[in-house]
Ligand binder design. Sequence first.
Ligand code: FAD
Length: 392
Amino acid sequence: MDLLWTEDDERFRTELRAWIDQALPKLPPATKREDWDARRARDTTWQRMLYDAGYAGINWPADFGGRGAALSEQLVFYEEITKAGAPDVGVNFVGLLHAGPTIIAEATDEQRARHLPAILKGEEVWCQGFSEPSAGSDLASLRCRAVRDGDDYVISGQKIWTSFAQVSDYCELLVRTDPDAPKHKGITWLILPMDAPGVDVRPLRTVIGSSEFSELYLDDVRVPVANRVGAENDGWRVAMVTFSFERGTSLVSEMVEARRQLDELVKVAKVVTRGSATAWDDVGLRREIGHAAAELDALWNMVKRTVSEAARTGVPGVGASVVKLYYTELIQRIGDLALRVLDRASLSLDDVFEHSGHFVEERLRVLALTIAAGSSQIQRNIIGERILGLPR
Ligand SMILES: Cc1cc2nc3c(=O)[nH]c(=O)nc-3n(C[C@H](O)[C@H](O)[C@H](O)COP(=O)(O)OP(=O)(O)OC[C@H]3O[C@@H](n4cnc5c(N)ncnc54)[C@H](O)[C@@H]3O)c2cc1C
């Protein structure tokens, strides 16, 4: 692709910026992290505003209600939204970034008509019920059972690490429908309404005190067979489609934000003093910040390739694993660098000076990124086997 912005791209950027400038002040202010109802209300209000302005589902095909934007427009969109500090996908990242795209790729026309417009309008929030206490990296060993009973599946089992479950309307759920088949062959992908009787959400606490993910207990929950996406026992293949979206394009906004934070870090380095000098006077730290900026730029070009592949084929390929692995490890190194710049201020989550607490909280938050959506070790296995052709 052409790496320079065209006149059309710049025109799109100007229009979008003007729209964001007038739209953002109409949103209620950002709320406390643990006020889940308010967070959902703010994020879905923003989604509705995007929808009304024709920006919702920027990368979704126009046939399914999205904007069907050209690749370069998508990247301009992510940049401008993130730079402006707008909520982006917020609590509905599952719906917008991978459940919706999986439904586009794999679901029936009825399922698409039922869910896609509602996701785009901010009326439906989704979560992901894949992991279980003894099925994370080895997801195919999942045990949550679904037994056919007439026109329903009856589901019993436990899921864990379900992000934003407490504010979700639906869950993309993997269940075992054939316990006797080889483990990859007996799994089915279902749409679970979170208000179905027998669904119990129990929030967990993260290291920064957030309850952003939960345990999900399912006790004889009835889900209509009509909520199945793909064939019975073909859920593993459908889940791989979901993963390719999850690992491929969903980190794009994170990366724009990382670049912005690195610029912030430079500003901070210029004011943190050590004796008579500032952190920025330290040649070693300056070199590391420069390296990190160069790595982020290089990675951004790999993102363009992944997004471009997704735009061409409809689904990002295994290159998404390279982006996921590199970005999540880089952002942790940048987090370490930030703590060294902050020096003693890194010992406190409170703002010792402007925004210092935010850098400390971010360092803790990004710890989880090398585990979420497939750990670094698993990405290395995928890259080794499927890109480099190494033996298992
Ligand atoms: C922030 C966050 C949000 C999440 N949100 C969701 C969600 O919304 N829905 C959901 O379903 N899940 C979610 N998860 C769960 C996530 O998908 C799992 O944590 C992840 O798949 C790893 O599984 P595990 O935690 O069971 O670790 P394990 O699979 O037990 O792995 C433990 C360690 O062993 C290593 N390991 C395991 N197998 C291999 C192997 N074959 N080769 C080399 N090393 C290996 C792993 O890399 C890891 O270091 C979330 C996780 C996090 C951190």
